[in-house]
Design a binder for this molecule. Sequence first.
Ligand code: ATP
Length: 450
Amino acid sequence: MSKPEKVDSRSRDQQKMERIVSLSKRRGVIYPSSEIYGGAGSVWDYGPVGVLLKNNVKQAWWRAVVQQRDDTVGLDAAILMHPRVWEASGHVSGFTDPLVDCLQCKQRFRADDLAGDRCPACGGELTEARAFNLMFKTFMGPVENEAAVTYLRPETCQGVFVNFKNVLVSSRKKPPFGIAQIGKSFRNEITTGNFTFRSREFEQYEIEYFVPPEQADQWFEYWVEERLKWYTDLGIAADRLRLRPHREDELAHYASRCTDIEYGFPFGWSELEGIANRQDFDLRQHQEHSGKDLTYFDEAEKRRYLPHVIEPSGGVDRSVLAFVVDAYEEIPGGRGSAGAEVESVLRLHPRLAPIKAAVLPLVRRDGMPDRAHAIYDDLRRHWFVEYDEGGSIGRRYRRQDEIGTPFCMTIDSQTAEDGTVTVRDRDTMEQIRVSADKLVEFLRDKLGEC
Ligand code: ATP
């Protein structure tokens, strides 16, 4: 009698997500933080491949929203700020989630995540909900007293608002104009999980786009379209993205409109980025709390006003996760080598691919490693390129497929005869011969603006 097949109770999507997490660790994309101590809850480290991928995502954003526009400038504000910033912004009093405790098993949950009124873990009785502030508290200076309390920033945009006048004066920009920033934010999230999707330390990219009040609606719509296009231009399938306008009852206190860009992750549709009309809430609050005039005087129209703000605010880690999930493809039985198990390919956009090409001597003799090294040295003056001479050529190709390397260049016996190498395309697996001294030109042509 044949053995009954083992039934896996996890859904296919869950299993796929687990394989992505496992590939990420195996190939140096993302590791759990402090893993040798059992991990730090929902904090993640980017490995040698992951840091390149994340940098490429940030560079693609910076290029699109700062370098290629003449109406935005960049900023890099500090994580630690004056504690009064967080009073003015409303975070000290209002940046809270409703928290409940189970009286029996002592676990904590977000009240708005629960379906019923009993503990989802043990069925025990729950406490009344109380407000739990998500900001990480710390002390500034040598004395640990109330006066020295400050916070790790829970969002990057406040650094932009408090610098609004500085940037206005030094850059000589006029509304409509934007200030863009990438940086770390910290939230002591109650409910975490789904890999890097909800982390306690994460990176945000945000644009605060300052506009005359009457132009706010038109710029809001412009930025929703612009930001959606950025994801599809970098290869995310359009049908895996959707826009979700917020209902009036879920809008943040500062926003008159907000639309989320969501991605269809294996764990469900979830927010990658939110585009909000923050009106003049933040500038007005900081003007009142600091006593400094934050208005703009329009010389041409002879009028003074507080600009309104359209804010596209996205998460770098969530984007990296979406790019990886979207690019990840499993091929049961492999793509050639008969009998292989499931093979995976990361079909990342070349601009995001951590390694642009791998240089592989077919064998470790007949002068192939020396010739390969010369090519490797030449190419890595331009791009991140890897050299690999260990294991069979098939295994080396699969390793590169798993980290999304668009091209593999194999140095074989023909290289010594006619100076050409085999170039293998990650997506089509087509192999062509290219002259070794034309490889820079070849890659420049194929990779475009990378
Ligand atoms: P969510 O509803 O998922 O908690 P949010 O609406 O609170 O997110 P915002 O405050 O609008 O998020 O932050 C802007 C962006 O920052 C989000 O679109 C997301 O990409 C990112 N982000 C927010 N919180 C986290 C987190 N805990 N981990 C990773 N990224 C985050």
